[in-house]
Design a binder for this molecule. Structure first.
Ligand code: IMP
Ligand code: MG
Length: 180
C-alpha cells in the first residue's frame, strides 16, 4: 500500500495540528448551539473521529451517505442513499467532509440539509482543491483544513477504488497505481 504513494502531502502531525486549531474555532462557534455534526460517508470517517474530539462542547453525531447515479466521478446527479437520522428542523448543522473537489457533493448535501429547515448550515472540509471546482458552484466552505493542488490524493479516509483509506497521512498516488 505505502509503495503506491509518490509523495506524502500532509503528515499525521500536520493533520493533527490543524485539527487542533480548527477544534478551538469550532468549540467557540458552537459552544451554546448543540450542533448536529453531519459526516458525509465514507471518506470523512477518519477526519470525523478526530475532529469531533476537538469540539469541546455538546454536539450530536449524525451521518449521510450520498452518491451519484453513475460512475465514481461525482456527476451532479446525486441521490441520498442514507439520510440523517435526526430531525434537522431548527438545528444548527455542521457538515464535515473529506474533500471539496468539483463541489457537487457538498452543494447537494448543503441544499438538502437547508431544505429540511436547519437554522444554520456550515461546512468544514479537511481538504479543498479549488482548481477542480465546477463552473457555477458558488458554495464556499466556512472552515478549511488545507488547500491542496490539483492532484488525486488518498489516505486519511480518502480512497482510490476503496483502497488506501486507512493510511494515516494524505499522499499522492503514483500514476502506475491507477492501472492496478
Ligand atoms: P466532489 O467532486 O466535490 O463532489 O467530491 C466528491 C467526492 O469525490 C469526495 O467527497 C471524495 O470522496 C471524492 N474525491 C474527490 N477528490 C478526491 C481525491 O483527490 N482523492 C480521493 N477522493 C476524492
Ligand atoms: Mg466524500
Amino acid at each position: 500500500m505505502e509503495r503506491d504513494i509518490k509523495e506524502i502531502l500532509l503528515t499525521e502531525e500536520q493533520i493533527q495540528n490543524r485539527i487542533e486549531e480548527l477544534g478551538k474555532i469550532l468549540t467557540e462557534e458552537y459552544k451554546d448551539k448543540n450542533p448536529l455534526v453531519v459526516g458525509v460517508l465514507k471518506g470523512v470517517v477518519v477526519f470525523y473521529a478526530d475532529m469531533i474530539r476537538h469540539i469541546k462542547a455538546p454536539c450530536q453525531l449524525d451521518f449521510m451517505w450520498i452518491s451519484s447515479y453513475a460512475g465514481t466521478n461525482s456527476s451532479g446527479n446525486m441521490v441520498v442513499r442514507q439520510d440523517v437520522s435526526a430531525d434537522v428542523k431548527g438545528r444548527h448543522v455542521l457538515i464535515l467532509e473529506d474533500i471539496f473537489d468539483t463541489g457537487n457533493s457538498l452543494n447537494f448535501t448543503y441544499q438538502h440539509l437547508l431544505s429540511k429547515g436547519a437554522a444554520s448550515v456550515k461546512i468544514c472540509t479537511l481538504l479543498d482543491k479549488p482548481e477542480r471546482r465546477k463552473e457555477g458552484i458558488t458554495l464556499q466552505c466556512d472552515y478549511v483544513g488545507f488547500t491542496i493542488p490539483n492532484e488525486f490524493v488518498v489516505g486519511y479516509g480518502l480512497d482510490f477504488n476503496e483502497k488506501y483509506r486507512n493510511l494515516p497521512y494524505v499522499g499522492i498516488l503514483k500514476p502506475e497505481a491507477y492501472q492496478k
